[in-house]
Ligand binder design. Structure first.
Ligand code: SF4
Length: 264
């Protein structure tokens, strides 16, 4: 069986504990307006005409997004960093896109990591069948889950999908005593007003355990990619959150007893 991977990042320090190798699976069922990896959404490998400027010269080349890997091939890549994982308490982070879209390949890969005693984080939207989420539990050490918006209408507007299944899966993981590290992408005008924060707080407090939260400030990195890949860009005029807004949001959750940090 082969999986489609669109990037591999070595020495990542924001995607879980210790030093990590982050592997980006291609394909995502969401279409977040702020996505900085729009090339990850399609589950297919594709090529595009890349144009770069060197002084007055325009250089064109063909670039391919996505590559097929077998599990043994991916493990060869992973094992290159094994010493770093051991020294730093790190491991592999599986991100995307949405890794659960390649469920069978993901399962095989997670099992191969477990066999080698490599710590695994699954960076997921939690949008999948609950039965699949249950099957994956024994093979994941830490879930990194984006909670983008608790109001379903707003979630649907800004990501293209309902959050009903996402919230159900989060509750299920929490009920099953899974380690979760929430990631809250803070997007001005889309999920950062007082009512948004109140709803988010109420949901997180309704869980059995108080899981840590990382606030991920919206940034414009990646906006040029929309033009490049011919995808509609909807974030014109949206500014990055101010330092003040970030620290106020951090304080808000800290006051309620959550462990919070800004950044991944
Ligand atoms: S879930 Fe992540 S990868 Fe998918 S569209 Fe949203 S930001 Fe992009």
């Amino acid at each position: 069986m082969q999986g489609i991977i669109f990037d591999i990042k070595h020495y990542a320090i924001h995607d879980g504990p210790g030093i990590r190798q982050t592997i980006f699976f291609k394909g995502c069922p969401l279409g977040c307006w702020w996505c900085h990896n729009p090339e990850s959404r399609s589950p297919e490998i594709f090529s595009y005409q890349k144009e770069e400027k060197l002084d007055q010269l325009k250089i064109q080349s063909r670039e391919t997004i996505g590559r097929q890997y077998s599990v043994p091939e991916l493990m060869t890549e992973v094992l290159k960093d094994q010493v770093l994982f051991e020294e730093s308490g790190g491991g592999v982070t599986i991100s995307g896109g949405e890794p659960l879209m390649q469920f069978d390949f993901l399962m095989d890969f997670l099992k191969a990591c477990k066999n080698q005693d490599i710590h695994s984080c699954l960076d997921t939207t939690a949008l999948t069948d609950t039965s699949r989420m249950q099957q994956i539990i024994p093979w994941v050490d830490l879930f990194l889950i984006d909670v983008k918006q608790v109001d379903d209408q707003k979630h649907t507007k800004y990501t293209g999908v309902s959050n009903e299944k996402i919230l159900e899966n989060i509750r299920m993981l929490d009920q099953n005593d899974q380690d979760i590290w929430f990631r809250y992408p803070l997007i001005p005008g889309m999920n950062d007003d007082e009512a948004d924060l109140l709803r988010m707080m109420a949901f997180l407090k309704s869980l059995k355990k108080q899981h840590p939260i990382s606030i991920l400030p919206y940034h414009k990195i990646g906006s040029q990619k929309y033009d490049r890949f011919g995808i509609d860009y909807k974030m014109d005029g949206i500014e990055e959150p101010t330092e003040k807004k970030l620290s106020q949001t951090q304080q808000y959750f800290e006051n309620a007893g959550f462990e919070v940090k800004i950044g991944g």
